[in-house]
Design a protein around this ligand. Structure first.
Ligand code: BEZ
Length: 252
């Protein structure tokens, strides 16, 4: 999925994305000085946290906007532009780490992504990641689907949210051994009184490209937000109904 990111807003208003990533990194079991690739590093906040834990790090992202922020904030770190489903690194790495990225990559490209990771890892190298799992943001996407239909449009959820069984099979087919897998709910507080509207505007872009009228886009977002208020506006705060899939696999 090609997205142009508002890197500053992403960094200031959606910092929970990288904050939660710190606990994913706890699954890494590697000696200090091991080389870790942060795949889909975004603004580089987690790449820096991995470096602070004593690893050598490389950050890779497809987005020039996010890499500009990463390089500005962390000039001492090596950041490279690359597509997670089509990359080769000049040297093998001990660990591939990724947080909140793989749901952006089409289902059809997931085997390519896993193959790239496999070939970039050393033997016994670790693949540690978390992203949106089965039923992620179910309430939000189902309300958007209904509102789109009411306006005469078809809503296609643009994200890939697999079950553990599905993703474990892909990993095993590629030669990985799955060591750890968990799927869990994470109701996540959004920032500010317009938190849901801003979340939809920041993250749900491609379904809206079929709608020409800016006024109609606005009306759809407003109607969806109104509908979602019943379930996701709790004690004066907005929440998103996240579900995470978190796994660790080893290249055997
Ligand atoms: C996620 O982190 O699960 C996610 C974020 C934005 C859009 C879709 C999924």
């Amino acid at each position: 999925m090609n997205i142009t990111w508002d890197a500053e807003k992403y960094t200031s208003d959606f910092s929970f994305v990288h904050r939660y990533g710190n606990s994913v990194a706890e699954l890494i079991d590697a000696a200090p000085g091991s080389l870790v690739l942060d795949l889909g590093c975004g603004n580089g906040a987690l790449t820096k946290a991995l470096q602070d834990q004593g690893y050598k790090v490389i950050g890779m992202d497809a987005s020039k906007e996010l890499l500009d922020v990463a390089r500005k904030n962390h000039p001492e770190i090596r950041f490279v532009q690359g597509d997670a489903a089509d990359f080769v690194l000049p040297e093998p790495v001990d660990v591939v780490f990724s947080n909140a990225v793989f749901h952006w990559i089409e289902k059809e490209k997931q085997p390519d992504l896993i193959k790239c990771v496999y070939h970039t890892l050393k033997k016994n190298g670790q693949f540690v990641f978390e992203f949106g799992g089965s039923n992620n943001n179910q309430l939000i996407h189902s309300v958007l689907e209904t509102v789109f239909r009411e306006h005469g449009f078809c809503y296609k959820n643009p994200f890939y949210f697999p079950t553990i069984g599905e993703y474990a099979s892909l990993l095993e087919n590629a030669g990985f051994q799955v060591k750890y897998a968990v799927l869990f709910d994470r109701l996540t507080e959004l920032k500010g009184e317009n938190g849901m509207e801003e979340w939809i505007r920041m993250f749900v872009k491609t379904p809206f490209t079929v709608i020409q009228s800016q006024q109609e886009k606005k009306a759809i977002v407003n109607q969806a937000v109104k509908e979602l208020k019943k379930d996701l506006f709790i004690n004066g705060k907005w929440y998103a109904d996240y579900v995470r899939i978190r796994m660790k696999a080893v290249r055997v």
